[in-house]
Design a protein around this ligand. Structure first.
Ligand SMILES: C[S@@+](CC[C@H](N)C(=O)[O-])C[C@H]1O[C@@H](n2cnc3c(N)ncnc32)[C@H](O)[C@@H]1O
Length: 278
């Protein structure tokens, strides 16, 4: 679906999608102004974020911050495709490939890029597959990023692992507890690809002592069933161990090479960084 799509909102759920159960990816699509969402998602989107901090705060603030995060993803993917020669991407825990998606950002920079999206929520995968039907270079897999080998095996039908790959782990590793070793996920993925491959990730930040934000995250987790592990900048930097981190390093997401002269919204409580395999 194009970002500029003027398609009317459709309430008919694709096969395998239960429109009555709200879903994080569709709530996000709603807040970004997309059409791949249902009344249940919009109800949560309108109510769960009243405590989101900043100016503007609340659901409007979430919209501003989500757009800033998607813009950063677009800049990063565009940089990897346009300046680093990456022609294939694996986007893990992608949510729905609607607003500000990876394949359109990549192809704006370099036509013909191939993209594999992965999400373990069956209804997101079913919905994603329906949205991408007819695009031979883009595939949506129902898979769990905590099993990187399974993802690599299945993605190999579309991606050529003898060539550099761009791994997109946006908003992913904060779903993994320390006890489950989140660092092994990027390490296993990168072990399967050649030098020149890249890792881009964003991650909820811990440094804030923002009571309102923490209350909002707890409420959001309750409503969506997710739980989030927030980490410090140095903890996030460790995910890039042994790689060459690109300037400006690990920064707040909207500060990753912002367009010149753009003041940007209040800093998002998310770290973001991009690195190249040696
Ligand atoms: C908030 S969305 C993030 C979307 C996108 N990565 C972004 O940052 O814009 C989180 C997505 O992660 C998916 N997810 C959570 N745990 C997962 C796992 N273990 N494997 C694959 N997907 C997962 C959820 O189903 C949801 O669609």
């Amino acid at each position: 679906m194009s970002e500029n799509s003027s398609a009317p909102r459709h309430e008919e759920a694709p096969v395998g999608v239960n429109a009555l159960i709200p879903n994080t990816a569709r709530i996000m699509d709603y807040l970004l102004g997309g059409t791949a969402n249902f009344a249940s998602d919009r109800a949560v989107g309108d109510t769960a974020f009243v405590n989101w901090p900043g100016e503007p705060g609340g659901a409007e603030g979430v919209r501003v911050d989500l757009h800033a995060a998607r813009d950063a993803l677009g800049r990063i993917v565009g940089h990897l495709a346009g300046d680093c020669g990456i022609r294939q991407f694996l986007d893990l825990a992608s949510g729905l490939p609607t607003m500000g998606n990876t394949h359109e950002a990549a192809r704006r920079a370099a036509p013909g890029c191939r993209v594999v999206y992965v999400d373990n929520e069956p209804s997101v995968a079913a919905h994603g597959q329906a949205l991408l039907a007819g695009d031979p270079d883009t595939v949506f897999l129902d898979g769990d990023f905590r099993d990187p080998q399974d993802i690599l095996d299945r993605a190999a039908k579309v991606l050529d692992f003898s060539q550099p790959v761009g791994f997109i782990l946006f908003g992913v590793l904060h779903f993994v507890e320390d006890a489950d070793g989140p660092g092994r996920i990027p390490a296993d993925l990168l072990a399967a690809v050649p030098s020149g491959s890249c890792l881009a990730l964003s991650h909820f930040a811990k440094d804030d002592t923002d009571v309102a934000l923490n209350a909002m995250l707890t409420e959001m987790d309750k409503q969506t069933g997710d739980s989030v592990v927030r980490r410090t900048r140095s903890e996030v930097e460790r995910f890039f161990d042994g790689m060459d981190v690109m300037p400006p390093g690990v920064v707040r997401t909207e500060l990753w090479r912002p367009p010149q002269g753009t003041p940007g919204p209040e800093p998002l409580p998310m770290w973001c960084g991009v690195a190249r395999k040696r």
